[in-house]
Write a protein that binds this ligand. Structure first.
Ligand SMILES: C[S@@+](CC[C@H](N)C(=O)[O-])C[C@H]1O[C@@H](n2cnc3c(N)ncnc32)[C@H](O)[C@@H]1O
Length: 265
């Protein structure tokens, strides 16, 4: 609930908002895996508070974002040279290399959400964790700054927003915001042959609200933001990646030039 309170100050006190969200991210991922010593990729990393929080938890943090400033901030903050400007829909990392692939509030901002999700699984080592949280379109915050007018349709929501504020919204449906549903995410997660769904629950709501996710239709409105946690398993195509450590083995020690692969290199 502290997170919902933090949302109210996103515009007026971004430092507080992002620190709260970053601390929640570390707590959330830390519930499912040990962060100390882990190699964590944060796709759509956003602000430096995430770099600080993951590094403070002992993780080796890699930021990836389409936004150069985000990546520069992360590099400055935790000094890892692995952080990189790039797209979550085409990650510049070799298969099965990372302990954790994390994407917070990014899925609804990409044109091909399934492709981003597939990429998260691809770069995660067997035994590693994929953690993705996103706001679905029918969530009360689905239209982002145009909410709740998005319930009237994206175009009308923009008109209402412009009339009320005198300027265009930062997020535009079809270019920086794409409607995605809770059912879409669950269907994708349940259909992966090389990952098991460990958890699916409303990220910002109390524990008892996890039942919402089981209610078709209702879940699209009340979940608010869906957290999906998957553990990577061994697929046929991974056999050659596992080496002597196999499932659960840590590959963090293998960070090196091969971890970061520039596709056009
Ligand atoms: C709403 S912010 C989320 C930032 C942070 N993860 C959080 O939870 O607050 C979305 C971020 O995703 C980035 N982004 C948008 N499209 C992307 C893409 N295709 N690949 C990687 N990052 C992307 C944006 O630049 C922005 O930093």
């Amino acid at each position: 609930m502290a997170l919902l309170a933090a949302f109210r100050v996103e515009q007026t006190d971004p430092q507080r908002f992002y620190s709260t969200l970053a601390a929640d991210s570390v707590r959330t991922v830390g519930r499912y895996t040990r962060l100390a010593g882990s190699l964590v990729l944060d796709v759509g990393a956003g602000r430096a508070q995430f770099a600080q929080a993951f590094a403070a938890a002992g993780a080796t943090y890699i930021a990836l974002d389409v936004n150069e400033r985000s990546v520069a901030e992360a590099k400055e903050c935790v000094g890892t040279s692995l952080s990189v400007v790039g797209s979550g829909e085409q990650l510049p990392f070799t298969d099965a290399t990372l302990d954790v692939a994390f994407a917070s509030n990014v899925l609804e901002h990409v044109r091909q959400p399934t492709r981003l999700l597939d990429e998260l699984v691809r770069v995660t080592r067997p035994g590693g964790l994929v953690v993705c949280a996103y706001t679905n379109w029918l969530s009360p915050w689905g239209g982002h700054e145009t909410s709740p007018w998005h319930y009237l349709g994206a175009e009308r929501a923009v008109r209402v927003y412009e009339r009320r504020t005198g300027h265009a919204p930062k997020n535009q449906v079809g270019s920086t915001l794409f409607p995605v549903s809770i059912s879409d995410g669950l269907r994708w997660a349940q259909g992966r042959p090389d990952a098991v769904l460990v958890d699916a629950r409303p990220r910002y709501l109390p524990e008892w609200c996890r039942v919402f996710v089981r209610l078709p239709g209702v879940r699209e409105v009340v979940t608010w933001n869906l957290l999906l946690v998957l553990r990577r398993t061994i697929g046929d195509s991974d056999q050659h990646h596992t080496g002597p450590q196999g499932i659960g083995g840590r590959v963090s020690a293998s960070i090196g030039p091969g971890t970061l692969r520039r596709r056009n290199a």
